[in-house]
Design a protein around this ligand. Structure first.
Ligand SMILES: [Zn+2]
Length: 415
């Protein structure tokens, strides 16, 4: 139980504003109260704005030590080249200590950005066993909700693939999670079938990259005579409302129709798509099952919202309210699927004092044009204060970053 004293709460869905003292009970929406009992645990907000905290719809914490790493031997020619030269070179060099450092550093960054839930897609082909538990334990220590999976793929041969299955199986038998798959072009038919079976057995969905670059679709048509989404639909991957498809930039008209008829969710990662020059999602007609992620670049969801809005202006032309809807869709995904850790008692208190009034009608515009992660002052995760006055309370930030930098130096020597 925790009281927020004198906060202007912006309801994340109705956008209604109300200044009050707020009682936070685990799993419940904040409740306005007349006064705060003397001696009760309370956070003085001095009239600051508070609202629901953020969640990342698609992340790769394994890339947390990539920032500033040495450039590859030559410049990548295209998206597939980028994977081979950069990301698959990096993830194969990770050991258990590095995975732990990635998770802790990513957790600190997430919390300080006002994020209290991360949906992650993990790969460390030479350190598979126990990797999901390492990440889960780091996130638990931090007070960060999570939905993890291990990236199954045929890209590194049968050894890492089998290890990936064993890790998924062990993890899903104890924890909530998804079944990770890399992407159609590195997943053979046998693997696809086994992954679908694993997801069904654990009553969960897959988390897979889809049509990120045009080459994913071209390779699928050449190798399987069908589109990526038709291939996945035939394998039954789209039947679960827990299924997450990342990107979807190059879905054709038939696939878009297939998606809207399915139960699956799509995650847009605008900054990553710009970084890889693969195009921008056109979400027109895809409905409300579209959420936002960062694809491992960072955990700054206000930045992801801005990128989504600005990148859309040349094509689908989202309104601030529509872009804000994508930022918040993740709560519907997690809530309707019964995942724990993302209830209404996850909040941020902002140091946001804009030059214009905040109203229910213009809050999405304030989020797009104003609020940044630098405005995050306090963070409450599952009813517990985890960031106070911009300092993480659950982890020693200095030690975490020092440990991460040591592991980054070790990792970079191997690249
Ligand atoms: Zn990704």
């Amino acid at each position: 139980m925790l009281y927020l004293k004198d906060a202007v709460l912006v309801h994340w869905r109705t956008l209604a504003l109300k200044r009050a003292h707020w009682l936070l009970r685990p799993g419940h929406a904040p409740e306005a109260v007349r006064s705060v009992p003397r001696g009760a645990p309370a956070l003085d907000c001095d009239g600051r704005l508070a609202t629901r905290s953020f969640a990342v719809g698609h992340h790769h914490v394994y890339s947390a030590l990539a920032r500033g790493m040495p450039a590859p031997a030559r410049a990548p020619r295209d998206f597939a080249d980028m994977l081979k030269l950069v990301w698959w070179n990096l993830d194969k060099k990770l050991d258990r200590a590095m995975v732990g450092a990635c998770a802790l550093a990513a957790a600190v960054e997430a919390l300080k950005s006002g994020v209290t839930f991360v949906i992650d897609h993990h790969a460390s082909p030479k350190a598979v066993a126990g990797s999901l538990h390492i990440i889960a334990e780091a996130f638990d220590r931090a007070g960060l909700g999570h939905l993890l999976c291990y990236e199954l793929s045929d890209r590194d041969g049968p050894g890492p693939r089998q290890a990936g299955f064993a890790e998924q199986e062990a993890y899903l038998s104890k924890r909530q999670g998804l079944v990770g798959l890399h992407a159609s072009f590195t997943v053979g038919d046998e693997l696809l079938e086994r992954a679908a079976l694993l997801a069904r057995r654990h009553k969960t969905g897959v988390h897979v990259h889809v049509a990120e670059a045009a080459s994913d679709e071209e390779s699928c048509r050449a190798g399987h005579g069908t589109s990526v989404l038709e291939r996945f639909a035939k394998a039954g991957l789209l039947d679960s409302p827990r299924a997450i498809l990342a990107h979807g930039v190059h879905l054709c008209a038939a696939e878009r129709a297939l998606f809207t008829r399915s139960q699956a969710w799509l995650v847009q990662n605008p900054e990553s798509n710009l970084n890889n020059a693969v195009g921008i999602l056109d979400g027109r007609g895809l409905g409300s099952r579209v959420m936002l992620g960062t694809d491992g670049l960072h955990a700054d969801m206000p930045a992801s919202l801005k990128a989504c809005y600005f990148a859309s202006q040349g094509a689908e032309g989202l309104s601030p309210a529509a872009a804000y809807g994508r930022l918040r869709a993740v709560h519907a995904y997690l809530g309707t699927n019964g995942f724990s850790g993302d209830a209404e008692d996850n909040l941020v208190v902002l140091d946001y004092a804009p030059p214009t009034p905040v109203t229910p009608g213009n809050w999405p515009a304030h989020m797009v044009f104003g609020v940044t992660k630098a405005d995050v002052r306090h963070v409450v995760s599952q009813g517990r204060l985890v960031v106070k006055d911009r300092r993480v309370l659950t982890l020693d930030e200095g030690r975490v970053m020092e440990f991460a930098r040591r592991q980054a130096v070790r990792l970079w020597r191997r690249l």
